[in-house]
Design a binder for this molecule. Structure first.
Ligand SMILES: NC(=O)c1ccc[n+]([C@@H]2O[C@H](COP(=O)([O-])OP(=O)(O)OC[C@H]3O[C@@H](n4cnc5c(N)ncnc54)[C@H](OP(=O)(O)O)[C@@H]3O)[C@@H](O)[C@H]2O)c1
Length: 392
């Protein structure tokens, strides 16, 4: 059997590491063709030595020079490329069969889209790319002949429950949310929350941006938009339910009243192995779920008052057009400002709401529409964050 050639974009991040962990268990099935990151040369070097990819791509030229200098004495033949265009080129490379799209944020848009246009098997963790470009992304998947498999645990769960049969006979889907580290935190704790507290997720180990999104519930909001696009559902048919144990990864309810769920330990190697192997099943290294030890599964409604990001995202899903791109860009800027200590945790939704209030929605017809909305929203959000941060 020919091995599947993989490009892993964002290989140095949390999803990238879990992907390589799964791949290392199946050397007979997978070949790492390319690894890509922003500038984490140390981690990329270790990965190149272990997985011997044909290409390594970094965004920054200085990082490429450093990586080349480290690889040569180790006798490595990996070719090092740099720049955002190189990322997109590697995602669309004719010898690549499948792409793990695991760059965080809007930075992953062009490469995720390039993989879709080139008809690859796209394993999508980079939800921001889909949220921003929405129908354009789905059109690229269709016209490029790509196979799109969601890696986000909730969407992967829905994909599994639907058996690849899209939304036929579906009444609604229920996205589960852990509630993040501040599920029961009183307002004064939220007011003084630090980046480290916000990133200390009780169930999942993730990168810092998605961890803050989990703490504000914006992650669930982005996932709501993602679910509408992936499964062709109106926002009113996607609900969110808080499930602190993070064992049920989502539900699909059918017209006859049947409700299907996918369960498993909270470990991203399960959806990653599913996305890699589908329609086959692969061992992922994840332990069996011990139902007796788990004992109970709790569900509750999200507190929309304390976590306004979920409401903002639902409104954006309903508005469509450029609004989701604006929501995403404002959120990325606000989260960066929070992580850098320039903005309070509770100010994040305020900045996003401020930018959305100024935005005039427009249809998304081309990539330029998306990039224009993204750029405009970033400038607005930076200004709003500077004012809010200075007043805090
Ligand atoms: N972690 C999870 O459990 C999880 C679950 C579901 C979905 N996701 C989604 O998966 C994506 C990745 O999340 P993560 O938690 O793995 O993030 P992460 O740990 O922060 O890793 C981010 C990766 O993206 C790379 N990167 C950052 N900026 C870049 C840029 N401008 N150009 C190219 N590469 C860049 C980083 O490279 P450097 O290391 O060089 O900076 C790193 O490899 C996000 O969209 C997230 O929402 C994550």
């Amino acid at each position: 059997m020919n091995r599947t050639r993989l490009a892993i974009l964002g290989s140095t991040g949390s999803i990238g590491l879990s992907t390589l962990d799964v791949i290392a268990r199946h050397p007979d099935r997978y070949e790492v063709f390319a690894l890509a990151a922003r500038n984490n040369v140390g981690r990329l070097l270790e990965q190149c030595i272990r997985f011997r990819p044909r290409f390594a791509v970094v965004v920054e030229t200085s990082a490429a020079l450093k990586l080349r200098a480290e690889l040569a004495p180790a006798g490595m033949k990996t070719e090092v490329l740099s720049g955002a265009q190189a990322l997109a080129d590697i995602a669309a490379h004719p010898e690549v069969d499948a792409v793990m799209a695991a760059i965080v944020g809007a930075a992953g848009l062009r490469s995720s889209l390039a993989a879709a246009c080139a008809g690859k098997r796209v394993m999508l963790a980079n939800k921001e790319a889909l949220v921003m470009s929405g129908p354009l992304f789905m059109q690229a998947v269709r016209e490029g002949g790509a196979t799109l498999i969601p890696v986000d645990s909730e969407h992967n769960a829905i994909f599994q429950c639907m058996g690849g049969d899209r939304a036929r006979g579906v009444r609604r889907v229920l996205l589960t949310a852990s509630g993040g580290p501040f599920l029961r935190a009183p307002e004064q704790v939220l007011r003084s929350a630090t980046p480290d507290q916000a990133c200390a997720h009780p169930r999942w180990v993730m990168g810092r941006k998605i961890s803050v999104d989990s703490a504000t519930l914006m992650n669930k909001g982005l996932e709501l938009i993602e679910a509408c696009l992936l499964f062709d559902l109106a926002p009113s048919r996607v609900e969110v339910v808080v499930h602190p144990q993070s064992i049920v990864h989502s539900f699909v309810e059918y017209l006859d009243g049947s409700m299907l769920a996918q369960l498993g330990n909270p470990d991203m190697r399960t959806p990653i192995a599913h996305a890699l192997g589908w329609p086959d099943r692969l061992p992922s290294g994840v332990e069996s779920l011990d139902l007796i030890r788990t004992a109970r599964l709790d569900f509750e409604a999200p507190d929309m008052g304390r976590f306004p990001c979920l409401r903002l995202a639902r409104n954006a899903a309903e508005a469509g057009g450029t609004t989701p791109a604006v929501l995403n860009a404002a959120n990325e800027v606000a989260v960066d400002a929070f992580l850098e200590g320039r903005l309070g945790f509770l100010d994040i939704p305020g900045v996003i709401e401020d930018v959305l209030a100024k935005h005039g929605n427009a249809p998304v017809v081309s990539l330029e529409d998306v990039l224009g909305a993204d750029e405009w929203a970033r400038a607005q959000a930076r200004a709003a964050a500077a004012i809010t941060g200075a007043c805090a």
